[in-house]
Design a protein around this ligand. Structure first.
Ligand SMILES: C[S@@+](CC[C@H](N)C(=O)[O-])C[C@H]1O[C@@H](n2cnc3c(N)ncnc32)[C@H](O)[C@@H]1O
Length: 356
């Protein structure tokens, strides 16, 4: 199976503010591209279980971790693909002894991924690169995009949007590219099965307007990546692109607090003991779960959660926000507050639940 996401498309600042990780916490977190596992690790919890249904997401995250552990900041940034490099394969040869045999075998069969830079290998990131290379140039020039990336107020962004984005070409091509049909080659088909949005393309057009006009572009690493395929390095508050985090990250990795599990999260929670975890990052896994399954997972979480635990998750196209599971209470005020701050524009909701 291919890698779905080569970076995590969920805002680590929103995640950290919602879960408020402390040294006593045992955290259960979806892995995805691994960035949010590392953001959690920087808060020094007792233990993290990183879970993903796809082994490739775990392989990717473990290779990023091996690279952080063994490379200097600039070497790491080049290896992972945020800057150019000619010797990624040689670097891989030096760090492969720090990953498992089956992972080495996987990467040796997929050396092109390493050669092109890990950060660009996901199905989703490849879809974005098609948008950037074939569609975006028909809408706006590279020079204008560079101007946009330098704006430093929302008023300027709004003015720019009206002047250069908001035209029929942008609306037409964007809706064509980010239609359900188009997106099915960038995200797994099952993510559309329970969609509650009428026309997916209309929904995403509304959200991208929000992303371009209401999220300060200077802080928006996600929009930088969508528009340019890069994130400026160093980047403040990013778990590993913020150079000031790098030594702490290396130290934290050396404490071996992360354990990876390849399994469906529901299956894992069902076989976990009572009071095993205090914080849960569920990404947007409920996109592919029915309303009944959503409630069942929350009930099982209640069973394995310590008192005063917190759960966070996102909704994208699917509405999974009402459940009435006893002992699991949504913190609506904080959920809405954090949703407004979310730098990833495409979600429809962010939810934080308190477990008592
Ligand atoms: C849910 S996806 C979403 C990524 C991103 N939020 C998006 O929508 O573009 C993040 C990760 O969750 C994993 N995943 C999905 N459903 C899962 C499940 N039931 N149990 C464990 N992992 C799951 C996927 O393999 C993927 O690596």
């Amino acid at each position: 199976m291919a890698i779905s996401y080569s970076m995590c498309w969920e805002d680590p600042l929103v995640l950290l503010q919602s879960l408020d990780i402390s040294k006593e916490d045992n955290v259960l977190s979806i892995v995805s591209g691994g960035e949010n596992i590392l953001a959690i690790l920087l808060k020094e919890p007792k233990k993290i279980i990183g879970i993903d249904i796809k082994k490739e997401q775990i392989y990717l995250t473990k290779l990023k971790i091996a690279a952080i552990k063994n490379l200097e900041f600039n070497e790491f940034v080049r290896f992972i693909g945020f800057k150019t490099s000619k010797n990624r394969i040689q670097i891989f040869e030096t760090i492969k002894k720090y990953i498992e045999k089956e992972e080495v075998e996987y990467w040796e069969k997929n050396l092109d991924i390493i050669k092109n830079g890990l950060i660009h290998c996901g199905k989703f990131e490849k879809y974005l690169s098609k948008f950037r290379n074939y569609c975006l140039p028909l809408i706006i020039s590279k020079e204008r995009i560079n101007e946009f990336l330098l704006l430093n107020s929302l008023d300027q962004q709004k003015e720019f949007y009206l002047k250069y984005w908001n035209n029929w070409k942008f609306r037409f091509l964007f809706k064509l590219f980010f239609s359900r049909k188009g997106l099915e080659s960038g995200r797994d088909k099952e993510y559309f099965k329970y969609s509650s949005k009428g026309k997916v393309s209309n929904y995403y057009l509304e959200r991208v307007k929000h992303g371009l006009t209401e999220v300060p572009i200077q802080t928006n690493l996600f929009m930088h990546y969508i528009l340019t395929g890069k994130i400026p390095v160093p980047f403040k508050d990013h778990p590993y692109l913020d150079e000031s985090n790098f030594d702490k990250l290396k130290d934290s990795i050396n404490k071996n607090k992360i354990e990876f599990v390849k399994l469906d999260i529901y299956e894992f929670i069902k076989k976990s003991k009572e009071k095993s975890f205090s914080k849960f990052n569920l990404s947007d896994v409920f996109e592919v779960k029915t309303q009944e399954e959503y409630k069942d997972i929350l009930k099982e979480i209640k069973r394995v959660a310590k008192t005063k635990s917190k759960i966070c998750y996102w909704n994208n196209l699917v509405n999974r926000s009402e459940h009435q599971v006893e002992g699991v209470m949504q913190n609506k005020k904080l959920s809405e507050e954090l949703y407004k701050k979310d730098r990833v524009h495409f979600y429809s909701r962010f939810i934080i639940e308190n477990v008592n």
